[in-house]
Design a protein around this ligand. Structure first.
Ligand SMILES: *Cc1c(COP(=O)(O)O)cnc(C)c1O
Length: 235
């Protein structure tokens, strides 16, 4: 079933790309495997997935040694500073950096482990109180400050759009994120790349791609619904 789901998502990515004159190779599909057991990740791996997204440090640490080493792990959830040290040398990209203090800790842990780490700045574009992320207004300044830190490299922006029934309702937010990334790129800040836009989930990834997403994070659409009984007991 996972194999079929993945095929369908890839097909939808193609359709969204065709619709917007983009190439499917420009869009990376991240299989969001949070709360799902290792057996299901292995199934996705067998079907070709190499990019997996998790939102809990503990879960990455549990799954990491049980799966092939050519997997690229994405930290997509809120990250506490005291846990940065556990994943700094395991993940390829931290999507959820929303404060200078967190970035400073990431930079200092990367220095300790002698690694370079790529990150995205998370923007709370709809200004939902329930969500993490910097505001659109503060994003530029945050990018400028993080850019000065060693061992940490900004690759772009990430956003979690509101939960909506009609994905069209989020189109304007995706457009705003893209616009913001263009504004930041124009500033030509040293050590800042704006090539990644991580936006779009199961309910709205096609619209996100039409608006410029280069990474989409799809969980339910690949692994099925999450519920309280699953693996880590939370979604
Ligand atoms: C859970 C999660 C997703 C995937 O959500 P689905 O709706 O299941 O596709 C994407 N991004 C983040 C940050 C998440 O926490």
């Amino acid at each position: 079933m996972i194999k079929e789901n993945l095929a369908r998502v890839h097909e939808n990515i193609k359709i969204a790309c065709q619709k917007s004159g983009r190439k499917p190779e420009e869009v990376t599909l991240i299989s969001v495997s949070k709360t799902k057991p290792v057996s299901m990740l292995k199934e996705a791996y067998q079907a070709g997935s190499r990019e997996f997204g998790e939102n809990k440090v503990q879960e990455i640490m549990d799954k990491y040694p049980q799966l092939p080493t050519d997997i690229r792990w994405h930290m997509i959830g809120h990250l506490q500073r005291n846990k940065v040290k556990y994943i700094i040398d395991k993940v390829c990209l931290i999507h959820s950096v929303d404060s200078l203090r967190l970035a400073e800790e990431i930079s200092s842990q990367a220095e300790k482990k002698q690694v370079e780490i790529d990150i995205l700045v998370e923007v709370n574009i709809a200004q939902e109180e329930s969500k993490f992320g910097t505001s659109r207004e503060e994003a530029v300044q945050l990018v400028e400050e993080i850019a000065k830190l060693p061992h940490i490299h900004i690759q772009g922006l990430m956003t979690i759009a509101p939960f909506v029934e009609n994905p069209e309702d989020n189109r304007e937010y995706f457009r705003q994120i893209r616009e913001l990334s263009v504004d930041i790129r124009k500033k030509n800040i040293d050590n800042v790349n704006m090539s990644v836009l991580s936006m779009g989930m199961t309910g709205d990834y096609m619209v996100a791609i039409e608006e410029g997403a280069t990474m989409v994070r799809v969980g339910t659409g690949i692994f099925g619904e999450r519920n309280k009984g699953d693996y880590y007991g939370n979604a």
